[in-house]
Design a protein around this ligand. Sequence first.
Ligand code: AMP
Length: 207
Amino acid sequence: MFTFVAVKIFDQSSMKTIAVFCGASAGFNNTYRDKAAELGTYFANKNIAMVFGGGKIGMMGAIADAMLEKKGKVIGVIPHLLRHEEVEHNGITEMLVSENMSDRKVIISKMVDGYIALAGGFGTLDEIFEALTLGQLGIESKPVGILNTNGFFDPLLQQLDKMVTEGFLKSENRNMLLVSESIPELIDAMYAYKAPKVTKVVNTVGS
Ligand code: AMP
């Protein structure tokens, strides 16, 4: 048993680095791709660097291209096995190559001050839930947000609420996840984020 003191880790005065997890597909509705591009432009204008999966396809390509157009700093971390010409973005600021999918997440987590998920599939969920799990255990105290374009994540948020009511997730841990449809609102919430106090490492809800 140990206690973890909540700290505010974002500081608007210096440039920050945010990991973005999002689909290797763009979805059927252009709204998702447009929002990804809007976030890329926002980051570039605010001098926020992005670390992402390193792909040029789908949502990943949309956000990277929008950022690069505005001279933003875009760092990709791609595992060896995903390095194909059709997939890998070769115009970004820097590309790091990881051994595998697992060490990619570790590399990304060491580089960033917070995480944002946009619409995506299994890969996106895997990455964002890993970030939440690190927060839940107090291993990290970084803000984790989802940009809920078009209510894309609403069913998932309902599932999280179900986990709380059924006793599998503490409400303070549920509330770690910051949610907004608005980019500035989400970023502001990330700046204001205070990590919950961690009292137990293993049993997160109670016996
Ligand atoms: P998904 O949400 O299943 O489309 O997976 C997208 C997420 O998983 C991204 O945030 C990437 O980090 C990673 N990923 C999945 N497929 C690729 C790919 N072909 N190239 C690079 N990263 C990928």
